[in-house]
Write a protein that binds this ligand. Structure first.
Ligand code: UDP
Length: 381
C-alpha cells in the first residue's frame, strides 16, 4: 500500500490532520500503538457512563472557528466546569473568586476581598514574579496560595513551586465576582456521547491500524535503509512520502540530547453502587497529605442519572519509560532541551511533528486543534 502520509498517533492532532489531508485528496495511514483510536481524549462507555479513560477533558475555547470546527463532529452539551477544592475539613469553590474569598475570610464585597489580598501581597515585596510561587503569591496572597495552590501544585508536578514556570498558574482565572466558571472562554462543553465519536468521524474512510508500534516499523525500515518503506506488524508492505509524528519528540530522536521530562498520571477507577458520590464532576484535594490530586465523577460531565457512578482518583508521578506521558514539564531546563530537538525537527524534509508530545507544549484541546489546522494550512496548501 502506498500513502502520502504515515500519521503516527490517532489522537486529536493526528486525526485532524488525516481528515484535512483526505479533503485535499491526500492519502494517510494512521497508526497507534494503543489498541484503540482517540489518544488521550478517548472515552469509553461503562454502565451507561462515558468514562474519560486518560483523564478528564473539558472542551473550552474563545476561538470561534475552532468551536465551529469541533461541532461538526459532535453535539456539545452546556456543561460548565466548576471544580470544588477540599483542603482538610474546608471546602472552597474554584477558580479563585468571590465565593472562595467570602468562605476563606468571611467577607462579602469585592472591595473587602481585594483589601485582604492586597495586604498579604504588600508584605511579600515581589516586584517581578520569577516562578509559580511568586506568581501565585503576587496574584492571590498567602492564604489562597497555601491552602489551594501549594500542595496541589507540588503533588501534580512533583516539584517545588519555586522550580515551576509562572504560566501554569495563569491558566486559572482570578475574579472578583461570584462566578465559579473555571474558564474564561466564550465556548465550553462536553460532547454528548463522549469524545471517541469525534475521532471516529474524523477517521471515517481513512486507513487506521491500531496496536501498531512506529518504532518497530522504523526498525524494520532501517534494515533496508529506506525509511519511507516498511512493513506493518502483520507483514503488509507500506510506503509513504512523509511522516506526521505525534509521539514524544525526544523518543523520535532516541533521546540523543537527553530525555525530556513529562508527568504521568495513574487513575484508580471504580464503579460505586450509589447514584451520586461527590455531587460534582471535579473535586480537587489541595493538601499534600492526601495522595491523589483530584477525584473525577464522570457522569456529572453529562448530567447522568444512572443508578451507579464511576469515579477516578488521580495520582500524579514522574514519567518513566513504560508509563503514559501526559504533561510536558515546560520549565526553562526542558524548554531549552526541547529547542535542540526542535532544531533537528525543523531540518527534516519528510517528517512533521505535532501535538502535546510532538511539540512539547502543555496544550489544551483547542490549542492542539488550532496547531493542527495551522499545520494543515501550511502543509496541504
Ligand atoms: N491548581 C492549583 N490548585 C487547584 C487547581 C489547579 O494550584 O485546585 C494549579 C496547579 O498548579 C495546576 C494548574 O493550576 O497544575 C493548572 O490546573 P488545571 O486544572 O488547569 O490543570 P489540568 O486540568 O490540565 O491538569
Amino acid at each position: 500500500m502506498k500513502y502520502d502520509y504515515l500519521v503516527v498517533g490517532a489522537g486529536l492532532f493526528g486525526a485532524t490532520f488525516a481528515y484535512e489531508a483526505k479533503k485535499k485528496g491526500k492519502t494517510c495511514l494512521v497508526i497507534d500503538k494503543r489498541d484503540h483510536i482517540a489518544g488521550n481524549i478517548y472515552t469509553k462507555e461503562q454502565s451507561g457512563i462515558n468514562v474519560h479513560v486518560y483523564g478528564a477533558h473539558i472542551f473550552h475555547t474563545s476561538d470561534k472557528e475552532i468551536w465551529n470546527y469541533i461541532n461538526q463532529f459532535a453535539e456539545f452539551n452546556n456543561y460548565i466546569n466548576s471544580p470544588v477544592a477540599v483542603y482538610k475539613d474546608e471546602l472552597y469553590n474554584l477558580p479563585f473568586n468571590m465565593n472562595t474569598f467570602s468562605k476563606m475570610w468571611n467577607i462579602k464585597t469585592p472591595e473587602e476581598a481585594k483589601k485582604v489580598i492586597q495586604d498579604q501581597i504588600q508584605e511579600l515585596h515581589i516586584t517581578e514574579p520569577k516562578n509559580l510561587e511568586e506568581q501565585a503569591l503576587s496574584l492571590v496572597g498567602r492564604d489562597v496560595y497555601e491552602k489551594l495552590i501549594k500542595g496541589y501544585t507540588e503533588k501534580q508536578w512533583g516539584r517545588s513551586c519555586t522550580d515551576l514556570p509562572a504560566f501554569i498558574i495563569k491558566r486559572l482565572p482570578l475574579r472578583f465576582t461570584y462566578d465559579n466558571n473555571y474558564f474564561n472562554d466564550r465556548f465550553q462543553g462536553i460532547p454528548m456521547g463522549g469524545y471517541t465519536q469525534i475521532i471516529e468521524k474524523m477517521l471515517d474512510g481513512i486507513d487506521v491500524k491500531t496496536s501498531e508500534d512506529f518504532f518497530a516499523m522504523r526498525d524494520r525500515a532501517e534494515t533496508t535503509g529506506d525509511l519511507t518503506k516498511t512493513t506493518l506488524s502483520d507483514g503488509t508492505e507500506v510506503e509513504y512520502e512523509k511522516i506526521l509524528f505525534t509521539g514524544q519528540i525526544d523518543e523520535y530522536y532516541d533521546s540523543k540530547f537527553g530525555p525530556l521530562e513529562y508527568r504521568s498520571v495513574r487513575f484508580e477507577t471504580e464503579e460505586l453502587e450509589e447514584e451520586n458520590y461527590q455531587g460534582n464532576a471535579v473535586v480537587n484535594y489541595t493538601e499534600r497529605e492526601v495522595p491523589y490530586t483530584r477525584i473525577i465523577e464522570h457522569k456529572h460531565f453529562e448530567f447522568g442519572k444512572q443508578p451507579t457512578t464511576i469515579i477516578s482518583r488521580e495520582y500524579s508521578s514522574e514519567w518513566k519509560p513504560g508509563v503514559e506521558p501526559y504533561y510536558p514539564v515546560n520549565n526553562d531546563k526542558n524548554n531549552a532541551l526541547y529547542e535542540k530537538y526542535a532544531e533537528l525537527a525543523k531540518a527534516e524534509k519528510n517528517v512533521l511533528f505535532g501535538g502535546r508530545l510532538g511539540m512539547y507544549k502543555y496544550f489544551d484541546m483547542d490549542k492542539d486543534l488550532r496547531a493542527a489546522l495551522d499545520l494543515c494550512a501550511e502543509e496541504l496548501a
